[in-house]
Design a protein around this ligand. Structure first.
Ligand code: ACO
Length: 328
């Protein structure tokens, strides 16, 4: 048995934040942002929108697209690094909003969160003999980014995308192989220091700005390319395929230069690499399902296509997978 992707849906806030608007706020330029990151605009949640509201909208669209009703979902996983509240988990809000009647949990693996939940959701579907698992990547990074830190505020955006995994035969479409990992020695180069057990929120932590995302960008960049290449290669090898067999490479949308460098080293041409970072920035756990959903909706991604997904994020985490697109 395999887990095939049988439905998908997305939700992005209507509000756009352009490079021109960021020029008014911090010492940057449209030219610098486009050349160094490939980003032209990103979406930002308005008041009343949150990680859970975006997840619910994307999840409902995916359930509908799969031709199901909420009661058909046997398990819900929400991958997010920007949880709705510290307690309870985001999935509790999403359970309620969607009206699903099943267990749920959150999965935080940073920007690799979608690949992790794809693997975990597929494993639980096959091991538990479930019919349908809903996996959602949802983020509101605008709520944790320092609006005056030009090193981070230009990069991140808000959004959500959801996918329904359904039982498929052994030789049918679905997850074929994966590679997951973490280099926990790198926790210091990307994260939010305060608000957890290690450094609880205090007036001092807020005064220091420790409730904001901190990132040593060039260090993340340097490691990211190697991580994506190694991890993607492992997933390909475990699937028994080569890059020539891959129809589409769907990398995490963090920086177009990281995407280009990794694709180049993997020898995957740009025509087979899915990119939408120009319009959404880095939406962390939402970025891979968002770019896949767009490609499927536009007809570029077709049933039978072999897809290589690869993400990396805070931790540093990484995850790659080879997936045969299509319904059983
Ligand atoms: N506008 C203009 N200049 C800037 C900006 C900006 N927004 N940001 C930095 N600069 C300046 C720097 O101050 C520096 O100036 P200096 O040479 O006078 O000192 C110069 O530009 C170069 O800075 P770098 O930080 O070396 O620039 P770099 O090319 O590395 O780009 C960036 C920075 C875009 C952050 C890049 O390092 C990057 O994309 N890193 C990876 C980020 C990433 O993938 N994060 C994953 C997050 S995943 C998760 O789990 C949340």
């Amino acid at each position: 048995m395999r887990a095939a992707i049988t439905g998908w849906g997305t939700a992005v806030p209507e509000q756009r934040l352009t490079n021109a608007e960021l020029e008014q706020r911090v010492d940057t330029s449209d030219q610098w942002i486009v050349e160094r990151t490939g980003i032209r605009e990103r979406r930002v949640a308005r008041e009343g929108e949150s990680t859970a509201t975006l997840a619910i909208e994307a999840g409902a669209a995916a359930i509908k697209h799969a031709g199901l009703t909420p009661d058909a979902i046997d398990l819900l996983i929400v991958a997010t690094a920007t949880t709705e509240q510290l307690i309870p988990h985001t999935g509790a809000f999403v359970n309620d909003g969607l009206g699903v009647n099943c267990g749920s949990f959150d999965l935080n693996a940073g920007c690799a969160g979608f690949v992790y939940e794809l693997v975990v959701g597929s494993a639980m579907l096959t091991a538990g003999n479930l019919d349908h698992v809903l996996v959602i990547g949802a983020e509101t990074l605008s709520r944790v980014v320092d609006p005056h830190d030009r090193g981070t505020c230009i990069l991140f955006g808000d959004g959500a995308a959801a996918m329904v995994l359904s039982a498929s035969p052994d030789d049918g479409p679905g997850l074929i192989s994966f590679d997951l990992g973490v280099d926990g020695s790198a926790t210091g180069i990307l994260g939010i220091p305060a608000g957890g057990s290690r450094e609880p929120t205090t007036t001092e932590s807020v005064a220091r700005g420790d409730h904001y995302l901190k990132m040593v960008g060039p260090e993340v960049f340097r490691r990211a390319v190697r991580i994506v290449v190694d991890s993607a290669s492992n997933a390909l090898q475990r699937a028994g395929v080569t890059v020539d067999d891959i129809t589409w490479f769907a990398p995490h949308q963090a920086n177009v230069r990281i995407i280009d460098a990794a694709a180049n080293r993997l020898a995957i041409p740009s025509e087979r690499t899915l990119v939408n970072i120009d319009r959404y920035g880095n939406t962390s756990a939402a970025s891979i399902p968002l770019v896949l959903s767009e490609a499927a909706d536009s007809g570029r991604l077709q049933p039978g296509d072999l897809v290589l997904v690869s993400g990396f994020g805070a931790g540093l985490t990484w995850g790659s997978a080879v997936v045969r697109w299509g319904r059983a």
